[in-house]
Design a protein around this ligand. Structure first.
Ligand SMILES: [Zn+2]
Length: 151
């Protein structure tokens, strides 16, 4: 295996930017836990909470924030840059929808990865995936951005 893998393989960190921000709700926001509220609760639908600093606090998962950023990025890419980008939704990413010589991109990439041909897999992905998949990730391809939880 080569020691000079391209940075897109995620095996080499060449640049890092850490952005911290304060989030302020200007309108009501509810992120449900997907579970029933505990008995005696004043609400029907439980709010997602995390145990932090000795108490349960509501929070916004990093995955939810990432979804918002991806969605806004898609709209900007389409409107301002006239780029063709996928929705990123399950089974609708470039890995699922792009065909290369009548084979799904996902199958071609996974085939390369099974053969440990990482550079070839990354090259295939970068030739055929949209900008949003390259930045925010897709099946079998990690994201280049990470969003932490907002507490
Ligand atoms: Zn895509």
């Amino acid at each position: 295996m080569s020691t000079t893998l391209p940075w897109t393989s995620h095996r080499m960190l060449m640049r890092q930017a850490i952005i911290q921000a304060d989030v302020e709700n200007t309108s009501p926001l509810r992120i449900g836990s997907g579970r029933e509220a505990p008995l005696g609760s004043q609400v029907d639908l439980a709010v997602l909470r995390i145990h932090r600093n000795g108490r349960d606090e509501p929070y916004i998962p990093g995955s939810s924030l990432k979804g918002v950023f991806r969605s806004v990025g898609e709209a900007m890419a389409r409107a301002e840059k006239k780029l063709e980008v996928c929705s990123g939704l399950t089974r609708s990413t470039c890995m699922d929808t792009k065909q290369v010589e009548e084979t799904r991109l996902r199958e071609l990439v996974e085939r390369r990865l099974r053969l440990n041909e990482v550079e070839a897999a990354v090259k295939l992905f970068h030739q055929h995936a949209c900008l949003m998949c390259k930045v925010f990730g897709a099946p079998s391809y990690g994201a280049h951005v990470y969003f932490g939880d907002a507490t």
